[in-house]
Design a protein around this ligand. Sequence first.
Ligand code: SAH
Length: 563
Amino acid sequence: MIGLISATAAGARARERVAAAWPDRTRVYDGPVGDAVRRAFAECEQLVCFLATGAVVRLVAPLLTDKASDPGVVCVDEGGRFAVSLVGGHGGGANELARAVGELLGAEPVVTTATDSVSVPGLDTLGLPVEGDVAAVSRALLDGEPVVLEAEVPWPLPPLPVATSGPYAIRLTDRLAEPAAHEVVLRPPSLVVGVGASRGAPADEVLGLVEGALRDAGLSARSVAELATVDAKAGEPGIVEAAARLGVPLVTYSAEELAAVDVPNPSQAPLAAVGTPSVAEAAALVRGGELLVPKRKSAGQAGQPAMATCAVVRRPCRGRLAVVGLGPGARDLLTPRAKDELRRASVLVGLDQYVDQIRDLIRPGTRVLESGLGAEEERARTAVSEARLGRAVALIGSGDAGVYAMASPALAEASDDIDVVGVPGVTAALAAGAILGAPLGHDHVSISLSDLHTPWEVIERRVRAAAEADIVVTFYNPRSRGRDWQLPKALAILAEHREPTTPVGVVRNASRADESSRLTTLAGLDPATVDMMTVVTVGNTATREIAGRMVTPRGYRWQEEPN
Ligand code: SAH
């Protein structure tokens, strides 16, 4: 819950806008301000105070205890110009909240935590448990002092500006290890613990077994990603509670699936009880990985027979491939999600001219693998193989990366051992459509006129089909120096089914500095004015030029001409 506190009439108006926008997430605290702040601080995860920072500093200072648990506090000034992240920038989410409130009120978010302002990811924001001297190592990263990354297991970390030797270290490990001075230990969720239990096995027995197995193998419980068992034990209270106490999800598999897993220590007992010769080892190994602790049994409580088994597996690291569309060119048509993914990736793969488009957004420590036109296959392979090494990779493309672009060749290469995240981008047809008016108001297709990878007969058949079906057509790759007869040919096919006066929109470099566009007709278009930076949108038989704009009617009855 977000507590909202204000003192003045202007503050109350801004407060009401936030409350109206987020009715389920906010609560207004009325009454004397000091009292309201104290109540909200005790009851809410976050506060937005429409008060001077000085006043809020004085009020919250005595309430602060620990940055891990204190609420995040954002102040908005009387003029509504700034949303200041005051306390709890990372842990309390105040930086995020300042940005969200800023967006809502049209205020500038003010974020002063060092890692955010110089574009190094905060070590406590990586989503991994972290131990050790976070403050000292973060400061070293910021100050550009040498920080060494020792990754014992691969993991798709965001870029970190690291050195080969130096006094500071970041260790990525699932092994038990006390962080040394000037060291931070990050815990990747790399371990899966398979568990089996007889009916009624006590939670203490299950948990004691799991913790003992991890300790004896020198493994950290903070790297456990999940407990795994057979479907039949999904509701076994001892297992359910052990997972809850470890703070990890319980995942279950069918007996059939587990029976198919090759394990070192199968046995008869579970086969009779649940239909698979192994529960613990099979459930831990079912998604692959390295068996670190073979099946072991619990001690059994008070002389009773053992009621639980467990096994520990280090699962193969899944790299991350983000396929990111950069939009047509303008920075404000690059989505916030695309920006986040560019910052999230430690390896960036793309055509050099697209890398140039976003070079200022690349974080220090990012490996940039750029190549020239024509190296598509190599780019796709590189992106996938880097992800398969467990890295966080962003493969970029202009417009939408899935439209006549890199997503298809990359995903055709990719196996199911990596995670793939697609970020849609504004494709050229949409960018051009918005400039021209509303040409895509009814059914429309995109057709690429490049016969580099597609035989011309196929392209021609599709143009003809669109012509016959009276569909609005946007031509990508319409014309280049070596390919000049295709566009006139395609237009001639459309002209067999549409009037010479059919509106045609030509947009060059949509949303880029030298953007230009013009509206002409099927008969009037001069193909010589079209090049590879251009898309050409041809209307259907109902498309009209209205007040200088290209409009394809949606077909609403109320717009039919009265007779
Ligand atoms: N993935 C891109 C398309 C790549 S194919 C997208 O989704 O937009 C390359 C063709 O796209 C170019 O030949 C041109 O026809 C078109 N194109 C790309 N960006 C453009 C822009 N900003 N303005 C006009 N056309 C563009």
